[in-house]
Design a protein around this ligand. Structure first.
Ligand code: ADP
Ligand code: MG
Length: 168
């Protein structure tokens, strides 16, 4: 069983707060795959997840180093595949340890190596909504153990559809 939900946030603080709630629920082996254009908020969401995992210190986009490791109540591997040439290059980053080592793995630009991730991975699509500070966050077919969390987030934040409806 899986569950999908989509919400809107109104600024980086809200996106981080959403991440924190998810990070508090994260379990060993969770793989969060983040997609969406530059500036959509992938790193921002990751910062929140890290804080929910109890990581102290600043989480940066690993665009140049490709993968960074943090320690919270679980190990967090944060990867950014923006610069990889193809899926086979992703394995050179030590994916085995990062995906199956018992920690949490968050991957920005995961669509660049989509086929290497196990089917139970959690795809999450972020996007700009307009030219301002609004972002949509879509949780696509997350495992059922996240249903309560995602339902709560859906209750706390507007949905992209609702927002469209209220537009003049
Ligand atoms: P990405 O990793 O997807 O390229 P970042 O998280 O690095 O994006 O950057 C998102 C940028 O957008 C930051 O400068 C952040 O302050 C800004 N921003 C504005 N509104 C939001 C929002 N609702 N959620 C996340 N970031 C936002
Ligand atoms: Mg980023």
């Amino acid at each position: 069983m899986s569950f999908s939900a989509a919400i809107l946030t109104n600024g980086p603080d809200q996106t981080q707060e959403v991440g924190r709630v998810i990070g508090e629920q994260a379990r060993p082996g969770d793989i969060l795959l983040l997609t969406g254009p530059l500036g959509a908020g992938k790193t921002c969401l990751t910062q929140g997840i890290a804080s929910g995992l109890g990581v102290s210190g600043y989480v940066r986009s690993p665009t140049f180093v490709l993968t960074t490791r943090y320690q919270g109540r679980l190990t967090l591997h944060h990867m950014d595949l923006y610069r990889i040439g193809g899926p086979e290059e992703a394995w050179d980053l030590g994916m085995d340890e990062q995906l199956f080592g018992g920690g949490i793995c968050i991957v920005e630009w995961a669509e660049r190596a989509a086929e290497i991730f196990p089917p139970e991975s959690m795809w999450t699509e972020l996007d700009h909504v307009d030219s301002g500070d609004q972002r949509s966050i879509s949780f696509i077919e997350w495992p059922d153990r996240y249903r309560a969390v995602l339902e709560q987030l859906s209750a706390d934040y507007p949905s992209p559809q609702t927002s469209d409806e209220v537009k003049p």
